[in-house]
Unconditional design. Sequence first.
Length: 398
Amino acid sequence: MSWRHGMGLVYGRSLREQLRSRTFKIVTTLLLLLSVAAVVVPRLISSGPTTYTLVTVGRAPVTLTTSVTAAARAGGYRTAYVQRSSEAGVREAVQHGDATVGLAGNRMYVAERNAGAFPGIVAQSLVRLETARALAGFGLTAEQVASLASIRPPEQVIVAAAQNQSRANVGYAVGLVLYLALLFSGQIIAMAVATEKATRISEVLLAVLRPSQVLVGTVLSVATVTLIQLIVLSVPMLVGASVTGSSWLPALAAPDVALALTWFVLGFGLFAFLYAAGGALVDKVTEAGAAVLPVTALIIGGYLLGVVVVLGNPGSALSVAASIFPLTAPLTMPIRWGTGDVPTYQLLLALVLTAVAGLGCIWLASTVYRRALVITGHRVRPRELLRRRPTPGGRRSG
C-alpha cells in the first residue's frame, strides 16, 4: 500500500466520523447563525443616519438652523429643531432625552450620552455667527465677512502605520484567524489522537500503516473540518459586505492573498502536529487538554508578540526575530509584512524555516506517536520516549 493511499484511508475515516458528530453540527450551525447575525444586526440597529435635536427658547434663528444643518449634513447627520417657552423647559427637554442640545441665552445644555459631535457643531455655528456680526459692526462689508468665513482649515491627510492598508488588513486577519483556528482545532486534534490511543484503534492502524500516514490523515481531516467551518462563517459576511458595499472589504491583490494562504497553511500544519504529539502522550482522553498546554501557551505568546511588539514597532530587533523564528513566524510575520517594512530576504527566510520546521514537526509527532503507543497505564514522560524502544508488533506497559 502506497503512503498516499494509506494516509487517504485514515483521512476518509476520520473525516466521516467528524462530519457525522453532533459537535460538528452544533458548532457549524452556531457559526452560520453568528455570521448571518453579524451582517443583519448592524443594519437593523443603524437603519439610517443619526439624528440630533436642538431645542431653543422660542423659535431658533434661521441663520443658526441653516448653519447647523449644513455642518451636520457634511458630517453625515440629520438635524431636528424643537422649541420651549423657557430655559427650564429647554433643560427638561435635554434631561428627558427629547433633545440632544439645548440653547437658552448664554447657556448650552448637552445630553450626558449620545451627544456625539453635535454640541461642537452647534458651538462652532454660534461662534461663526457671532464673529460675523462683530465683524459687520466693525465696518466690514457683507462680502468681506463672507470672504473671511470661507477660509477653510488645512486639508487633513490621515497617515497610517501601514504603507498599504489593504495589505495590513490581510496581515492582521491571517494572524487572528490562524490564532483562533489553532486554539479551537488544536484541542480537537489532540483529543482525536488521544481517543485513537485509548481505544486501541491506533494499534490496529499501525499494524498496516506508518505512524506518519495515521497522523497526517488525522490532522488533514481536522483541517478540512476547520476549513468548512471557516467558509460557513465567512461566506455570509463576505456576501453581505459585497451587496451592501461595506468599506471593510478592501480590494486585494492576488499575491497578497496567496501569501496569506501560504502562511495560514504553514502555521496550521506546524502547530497541528505539535498538538498531535501532545495528544499521543496521554493515557486518558480527559488529560489531552493539560498535555497540549505548552503548545497553547506558545501560540498565545506568539500572537501577543504580534499584536503588542510587532504591531507597535515592526522594525525593532525583537519584532524581526519573532517574525523569522519558525515557532512564532506564522503569527507575527503576516502582521509585520502587512506594515510593508519587511525585506524580501527576511520574508523568504521565514517561509523556508517555517516549512522546514513543519516537516520536522511531522517527523517528531510520528516518532512520539509510535513510541508513546506502547506506554499505557499513565501519562508518558519525555524521558520514557528516549529510553523505550518498541519492537514491531510488540507492546510494553508502563
